[in-house]
Design a protein around this ligand. Structure first.
Ligand code: AVI
Length: 329
C-alpha cells in the first residue's frame, strides 16, 4: 500500500497499519479573528470538537431528542445485508471522519471488505479505535490514516486498483456543509472512487419543525453546553475573556433554507478581549456557529447526480427521519 511520499507503518496486531498525513497543528486564532470580524459574526463549526466538545457531542447523540444517531444506526443494522448486496464483497472501504469507528462494525460481517481505511484528524483516538477493530476482525486489513479529509488528502492515497473503492461518510455531517461545499465534496469523492466505486452516506431528511427544534434544544441541555463550549475553548486556548453567563444558546429551523441554524446570543452589550484584539457585541447580537441542512430524498439525489453519481439507492426508517444513500455511477 502506498500513501504518496509517506510510508505506512505496520503496527500490532499484524493486520493494522498507520500513516500520518496530518498538517502541522496551527493556531485557531486566525479563524477566530476572521469569523468575528465579519458584519455577521460567525465561527467555524470545526472549532466545536476539542476534547470536551467531542464528549458533549457524544452526550447529545445519546439523548432522546437527538434522533439522527440512533436512527442511522438502526438503518445500518437492519439493512446491512441489503447494503452489502448493493456494494459487493472484497471492496476497499474508506471512512472519512471515522472517530470511534463504531458504525462500520454494523456492516462488516455482511460487507466483508478486504481493506478498511479510517481517516481522522484525532491521532490518539484513531489509533486506539483502529487497533481494537483490527483485533476484532483479523481477516481485515485496517489502515489508520491520520489526516484532515477536508484538505483534499485523497490525492495522497493510493489504494490497490483491484478493489472497488467505497467511501463511507455516516453521521449526516454533509448537512454541516453549505450546499455548494457539499456538491464540491461529492465531486471529490467521485474522483477518488472512480467509475466502479461508490459513496455510502448518511443524510438527515426534512421533517416537521417541532422534531428538529427539539433535537437541537434537548431538555438535558447538552446542545447548549456544546455550543457554549466553543467560547470556553477560546478562553482556555487563546486566553480570551468571554463571560459564559453573558451568552445563550439559540437554535431554530429556517424552513425557507431547510436548515437548523445555531447561534450564541449576547445577553447584553459587552466587549471581549481575544489575544491582542477586542470585539464588541450589541445586546442580542449573535455569533453564527453552525448550519445543519436537511434534504429531501429527491433533493439529495439531484445534488448527487450533479456531482457525477447518476445512480442512487436509499434506505430509511419507518418515520422517514433519516436516509442512508449508496451513490454510484
Ligand atoms: C455532526 N453534525 C452532523 C451534527 C448535526 O446534527 O448537524 C452536529 C450537531 N450540532 C448540534 N447537535 C449536533
Amino acid at each position: 500500500m502506498n500513501f504518496g511520499a509517506r510510508a505506512a507503518l505496520r503496527l500490532e496486531p499484524r493486520n493494522l497499519w498507520t500513516v500520518d498525513l496530518a498538517p502541522p497543528a496551527g493556531s485557531i486564532l486566525q479563524d477566530v479573528y476572521e469569523g468575528l470580524s465579519q458584519t455577521r459574526k460567525q465561527l467555524p463549526p470545526k472549532l466545536f470538537y476539542d476534547r470536551r466538545g467531542a464528549a458533549l457531542f457524544g452526550a447529545i447523540c445519546g439523548t432522546r431528542a437527538y434522533y439522527p444517531t440512533r436512527t442511522e444506526n438502526a438503518i445500518l443494522e437492519r439493512r446491512a445485508a441489503e447494503i452489502a448486496g448493493e456494494i459487493g464483497s472484497g471492496s476497499a472501504v474508506i471512512e472519512f471522519g471515522a472517530g470511534e469507528i463504531e458504525k462500520i462494525r454494523l456492516l462488516l460481517p455482511s460487507l466483508r471488505p478486504t481493506i478498511y481505511a479510517a481517516l481522522d484528524i484525532s491521532r490518539e483516538q484513531l489509533v486506539q479505535a483502529s487497533s481494537r477493530l483490527a483485533q476484532d476482525y483479523p481477516w481485515l486489513a485496517v489502515i489508520a490514516v491520520i489526516g484532515d479529509y477536508g484538505s483534499e488528502l485523497e490525492s495522497q492515497l493510493t489504494l490497490p486498483a483491484y478493489a472497488r473503492r467505497v467511501v463511507f461518510f455516516p453521521g449526516s455531517t454533509i448537512g454541516n456543509f453549505e450546499p455548494e461545499q457539499a456538491t464540491g465534496f461529492l465531486r471529490r469523492v467521485r474522483a477518488l472512487v472512480g467509475d466502479t466505486g461508490g459513496l455510502l452516506i448518511g443524510v438527515d431528511l426534512e421533517k416537521p419543525v417541532r422534531i428538529l427544534d427539539l433535537a437541537y434544544n434537548d431538555p438535558e441541555g447538552y446542545t447548549a453546553a456544546f455550543n457554549l463550549n466553543l467560547l470556553a475553548r477560546l478562553n482556555r486556548e487563546l486566553g480570551a475573556d468571554f463571560d459564559l453567563t453573558a451568552f445563550e444558546h439559540d437554535a431554530f429551523y429556517d424552513v425557507a433554507r431547510s436548515r437548523i441554524e445555531m447561534h450564541l446570543r449576547s445577553r447584553r452589550a459587552q466587549r471581549v478581549r481575544i489575544g491582542s484584539r477586542v470585539f464588541t457585541f450589541a445586546a442580542g447580537e449573535t455569533i453564527h456557529t453552525e448550519n445543519s441542512y436537511k434534504y429531501t430524498p429527491q433533493g439529495f439525489g439531484e445534488m448527487a447526480r450533479a456531482a457525477g453519481f447518476p445512480a442512487s439507492r436509499m434506505w430509511t426508517d419507518p418515520d422517514h427521519l433519516f436516509g442512508v444513500f449508496f451513490l454510484h455511477s
